[in-house]
Design a protein. Structure first.
Lengths: 299, 242
């Protein structure tokens, strides 16, 4: 029973980890809490859903035991790219003009407004009822003693971990990756070192937006696609980013898995109705005990 | 590397329009010179060098590097023009390794990155040994080497140092200034702001003393060391610093 809850937590954690990476990056580099970040997860899922529908005609076979084939994988890539573009458009239209005013509160409130608009735009375009990437019913199989999971769920966890490894290599070994870390560390020093800060910020939105989209698709694959899914995930995402330490990408990944696992494990002792409160409680405890987070630098 | 000539004319600069901190200051640094800017707290020394590095707004006047007016240019344009700046505080990327700190500066001249890295390690051998250490975990003196090394990676024609000896022990101050002179000997022009007037003037060619955003005294370094007025401004000491 505990092992099964743990496994469920890891699956939810995959979505949270990917979403929290973008949140922590933009929080740190642009210095504001972006409440619209959850909506990027929803948009990623809906965009990928639309592409997947369009590719259904391709009539390709599913991958082995998985409920989908090439169309969904392609839709995931296109949806992620387009979500990155959406993030840049929002930045250009809303956040960039407000950054010049230097009033942080204005940015946070504006991000609330953007979040509402993006969520309701989904309802306008796709309607309020839940969508599913597939109508196939997958049977959970025994993968470890006491742990059952569908092939799709295993795929989600493996791909999430793969993305985290790729992100690590990108940040550690490429020029753009190092420049992103430099700006996150010390924006003024990055500027006097010749880093084109504006360009790197655009790429940060692309990266954060596409990872959020992947997280949204993973949630859609393992749960369902709903207009308010991103909004509902926002609190756990913030909890994950704060738990890991704002600005720490590895912290965000760790925080995502910890929050996911803690939420699902809580079902063993409290009613599932209280599950959403678990992230909230963890966030408050972290802020009280170690505000800099697990991997964050003390300032 | 070859140094550039810096010519600042009637500069008015500050953080907010209408509240100038540097008020009509002119200053020049010849190619290959070390020039130190002195002055009491609030004299506008830091604002002056930040304006030259593009971090503070220039309201009036010109900042010419080898004859090209760069006043009001974006910081990364100035970096490409050859202006290297070492801030007084927060001057390393703390969560990045020593080598990554240097690389961030080196991307401006990507094709020469390896060559520049070699040159910096030759100048600061300690840094090569520490290249995989996070810069935030280094001692004060080592951090200052990383900070100067990072600025040198952009292959500057003019290197600006904002209080390089701040917070260092007297022994390290001597070491830092000795390295600053070694950097100049590679042909880089140096403009430096310092509180530690005596040590700074000892390696400088000339100096300026500012007060309230304007030039108070300008003279050869040796003459400033023996100038009783400078001594009074600084330590309340009578009869000069030397």
């Amino acid at each position: 029973m505990i092992a099964q809850l743990l496994a469920n937590g890891v699956i939810l954690g995959s979505t949270l980890a990917l979403g929290a990476i973008g949140l922590t990056l933009t929080y740190n580099i642009l210095n504001f809490a972006n409440f619209a970040h959850g909506s990027l997860l929803s948009w990623g899922a809906y965009l990928a859903f639309t592409f997947a529908l369009a590719f259904v005609g391709a009539n390709s076979a599913d991958f082995g035991p998985l409920s989908f084939g090439w169309p969904l994988l392609l839709a995931l890539i296109l949806g992620a790219a387009l979500t990155g573009v959406l993030a840049i458009v929002v930045d250009l239209l809303v956040f960039r003009p407000l950054r010049r005013s230097n009033v942080q509160v204005a940015l946070v409130i504006a991000s609330f407004a953007v979040s509402l608009m993006l969520r309701n735009l989904i309802v306008v375009v796709w309607g309020p009822e839940p969508k599913y990437f597939t109508n196939n019913i997958q049977i959970q199989q025994q993968i470890l003693p006491g742990v059952r999971a569908t092939p799709d769920q295993i795929f989600v966890v493996v791909l999430a971990l793969l993305l985290v490894v790729l992100l690590h290599l990108f940040l550690k070994h490429t020029r753009l990756g190092k420049e992103m870390r430099a700006i996150a560390d010390n924006p003024v020093l990055a500027e006097v070192s010749g880093v084109n800060v504006r360009n790197v910020i655009y790429w940060t939105w692309v990266l954060g937006g596409s990872l959020a989209a992947a997280g949204g698709v993973f949630y859609g694959l393992t749960v369902q696609i709903l207009p308010e899914m991103g909004f509902n995930l926002l609190l756990p995402l913030f909890a994950a980013a704060i738990l890991g330490g704002i600005g720490s990408i590895y912290g965000a990944v760790l925080g995502g898995f910890v929050i996911g696992i803690a939420s699902d494990l809580s079902v063993a002792v409290i009613s599932p109705g209280y599950k959403p409160a678990v992230a909230f409680v963890i966030m408050i405890l972290v802020l009280l005990v170690r505000p800099s987070g697990i991997l964050g630098e003390k300032k | 590397m070859s140094g550039a000539t810096l010519q600042v004319s009637r500069l008015v600069a500050g953080y907010t329009r209408g509240v100038p901190i540097v008020r009509g200051l002119s200053l020049s640094v010849a190619a290959g010179e070390i020039v130190t800017v002195l002055g009491p707290n609030g004299a506008g020394k830091s604002t002056l060098v930040k304006a030259i590095a593009g971090l503070v707004s220039v309201f009036e006047g010109s900042i010419c590097l080898d004859g090209a007016d760069l006043a009001g240019c974006k910081t990364h344009t100035l970096v490409r023009a050859g202006v290297g700046f070492v801030p007084q505080t927060a001057n390393v990327f703390e969560r990045m390794s020593v080598q990554e700190n240097l690389e961030i500066g080196g991307y401006v001249h990507r094709s020469k990155l390896k060559e520049r890295l070699r040159a910096i390690y030759d100048l600061f051998p300690d840094l090569e040994r520490l290249r995989h250490h996070p810069a935030g975990k280094l001692s004060g003196g080592q951090r200052q080497m990383v900070a100067i090394g990072r600025a040198l990676m952009i292959a500057p024609k003019l290197l600006i140092l904002d209080e390089p000896s701040a917070g260092l022990s007297p022994k390290l101050v001597g070491m830092v200034f000795q390295r600053v002179r070694a950097v100049r000997d590679t042909g880089v022009t140096i403009l430096m702001v310092e509180q530690n007037a005596k040590a700074a003037l000892n390696i400088s060619d000339r100096g300026y003393v500012l007060a309230e955003g304007q030039e108070r005294i300008s003279d050869a370094a040796g003459a400033l060391l023996h100038n009783p007025e400078v001594g009074e401004l600084y330590l309340g000491a009578k009869g000069g610093l030397a």
